[in-house]
Design a protein around this ligand. Sequence first.
Ligand SMILES: Nc1nc2c([nH]c(=O)n2[C@H]2C[C@H](O)[C@@H](COP(=O)(O)OP(=O)(O)OP(=O)(O)O)O2)c(=O)[nH]1
Length: 140
Amino acid sequence: MPDLKLPETKLLIVVAAAMVDAQGRVLVQQRPPGKPMAGLWEFPGGKVDAGELPEAALCRELEEELGVAVDGASLTPAAFASESLGERHLLLLLYTLRDWQGSPEAHHATALKWVSPAELYALDMPPADLPLIGLLERLL
Ligand SMILES: Nc1nc2c([nH]c(=O)n2[C@H]2C[C@H](O)[C@@H](COP(=O)(O)OP(=O)(O)OP(=O)(O)O)O2)c(=O)[nH]1
């Protein structure tokens, strides 16, 4: 069992969205070169800033990364992952989202793609995402 106490600054809270289209497919994006875990496929999202509400952070990230407008009330909490990142510890909060304005474009990612939940198993994703796939598959 790891040390159960952690300075607050080492806890990385990340919010991410499983955006679901009319065919039940989920949007994933590929992390760009130069970032940690470059090349891996992830759910769009990012870090929650100090003092920021998680839903507000996710709306901000989706606007920045994809150019879509999202109402925070459309975000439904779905699952979370808790994963050591060496020096830091990641708490990844995953929401589902079915309503947004605009068509997602890759502003930061190398590529975007829509996949069925079952197809997520075949993608290279960060370790924290792996347990989320089965949870998401059951939810959608
Ligand atoms: N967005 C997202 N991040 C993930 C996922 N899985 C996972 O382990 N992460 C990790 C990767 C990073 O360590 C962290 C997200 O940080 P980031 O650097 O991509 O976020 P950000 O958009 O706020 O980036 P920046 O402003 O620092 O460039 O969460 C996921 O599915 N989606």
